[in-house]
Ligand binder design. Structure first.
Ligand SMILES: Nc1ncnc2c1ncn2[C@@H]1O[C@H](COP(=O)(O)OP(=O)(O)O)[C@@H](O)[C@H]1O
Ligand SMILES: [Mg+2]
Length: 263
C-alpha cells in the first residue's frame, strides 16, 4: 500500500523591522513593475508611512537607476547590511552590491541564497511597509518569496493586451496556491493622452479590470503611458516624490490610499 507523503510545510519568516511587507509583481517583464513599485512607495510615504524599498530582481536590478542611488550599504559586523537611505526611504538592491556592468550569471540556488540574505540580513528599521520590486515571471524568486517569506499582500501589474493578461492569470494562480493575499491589480500604460487631449488606448481596453473581476480580485487603478513618468524614471527622480501634485502622481496616491486601507 502506498501512502502519499504529507504536503511540505513551509515556514514563512517575516522580514524584521517592518509592519507590512508587500510584493509588486508581474508575470511579464517591461510592463512597468519597477516604475510602479517605486512610485507607490513614495506615494505611501506621502501618506505619512515609513517605507522601505527592496529590489528583488537580482538579475536586472533597476532600483539604483530609478532613484539615482549608488552608495554601497554599510555593515558593522560584516554580515548584516544597513539599507541605504534615499529621499526618506530605506533601500536595498543587488545593484548596490555589485558593479552595474557585471552581468549576473547565477543558478537557482544562488538566487535563493541572495534572496535569503536580502530578506534576513538587512537591518530595516522602524518601517511601516516594505515594497518589494519583483523580477518578472513565476520562477525561483517568486516561489521563494511566496513560500518562505511572510508576505502581507501582492500587487500585480499588467498592461492591457491579451498576451500580458495570460501571464497575469498564471501569476494570480501562483499567489492563490501559495496562500499570498492579492491586494489588487494595476493596469499600466492603460492609455496615452495625445496633444489633442484625447485618450488613446494603445494596448486595448479594460482587459486588466476584466481579469480582476474574473478572479474576484480588487482593481486598483489605471496608470497612463506618460512621458513625465518615463522621464522621471530615467533621471532617478520619482514622480510621486518630486512632483506630488502631478496628475499621474494623483493616480498613484489614490492607489496608495487603497493599499493603506487594506492594512
Ligand atoms: N506608465 C508609464 N508611462 C511611461 N513610461 C513607462 C510607464 N511605465 C513604465 N514605463 C517605462 O517603461 C520601461 C520599463 O519599465 P520598468 O518599470 O523597468 O518595467 P519592469 O520592471 O516591469 O521591467 C521604463 O523605461 C519605464 O520608464
Ligand atoms: Mg523591473
Amino acid at each position: 500500500m502506498s501512502q502519499k507523503p504529507p504536503p511540505k510545510q513551509f515556514i514563512k519568516t517575516p522580514i524584521k523591522g517592518t509592519k507590512y511587507t508587500l510584493l509588486v509583481s508581474s508575470a511579464k517583464g517591461g510592463v512597468g513593475k519597477s516604475t510602479i513599485a517605486v512610485n507607490i512607495a513614495f506615494a505611501l510615504q506621502k501618506l505619512s508611512l515609513n517605507v522601505g524599498i527592496l529590489d528583488a530582481d537580482v538579475y536586472g536590478p533597476s532600483l539604483p537607476k530609478l532613484i539615482d542611488l549608488n552608495e554601497k550599504p554599510k555593515s558593522e559586523d560584516g554580515k548584516a547590511m544597513i539599507p541605504v537611505e534615499k529621499y526618506g526611504a530605506q533601500c536595498m538592491s543587488m545593484g548596490l552590491l555589485v558593479d552595474e556592468n557585471t552581468p549576473m550569471i547565477w543558478r537557482g540556488p544562488m538566487v535563493i541564497s541572495a534572496i535569503k540574505t536580502m530578506t534576513q540580513k538587512v537591518l530595516w528599521k522602524n518601517r511601516d511597509v516594505i515594497i518589494i520590486d519583483m523580477p518578472p515571471g513565476t520562477g525561483d524568486t517568486q516561489l521563494t518569496f511566496a513560500q518562505e517569506v511572510k508576505i502581507d499582500g501582492a500587487i500585480i501589474v499588467s498592461t492591457p493586451q491579451d498576451l500580458a493578461l495570460l501571464d497575469v492569470k498564471r501569476g494570480i494562480q501562483m499567489f492563490d496556491k501559495t496562500g499570498v493575499k492579492i491586494l489588487g491589480l494595476i493596469d499600466n500604460m492603460s492609455f496615452f493622452k495625445g496633444d489633442d487631449g484625447k485618450d488613446y488606448k494603445i494596448f486595448g481596453e479594460s482587459g486588466v479590470e476584466r481579469t480582476a473581476k474574473e478572479f474576484s480580485k480588487e482593481f486598483l487603478g489605471h496608470v497612463p503611458l506618460h512621458q513625465d513618468l518615463r522621464r522621471s524614471s530615467d533621471t532617478g527622480k520619482p514622480l510621486t516624490y518630486f512632483e506630488p501634485d502631478h496628475e499621474v502622481s494623483n493616480i498613484f496616491l489614490n492607489i496608495a490610499k487603497k493599499i493603506k486601507e487594506s492594512f
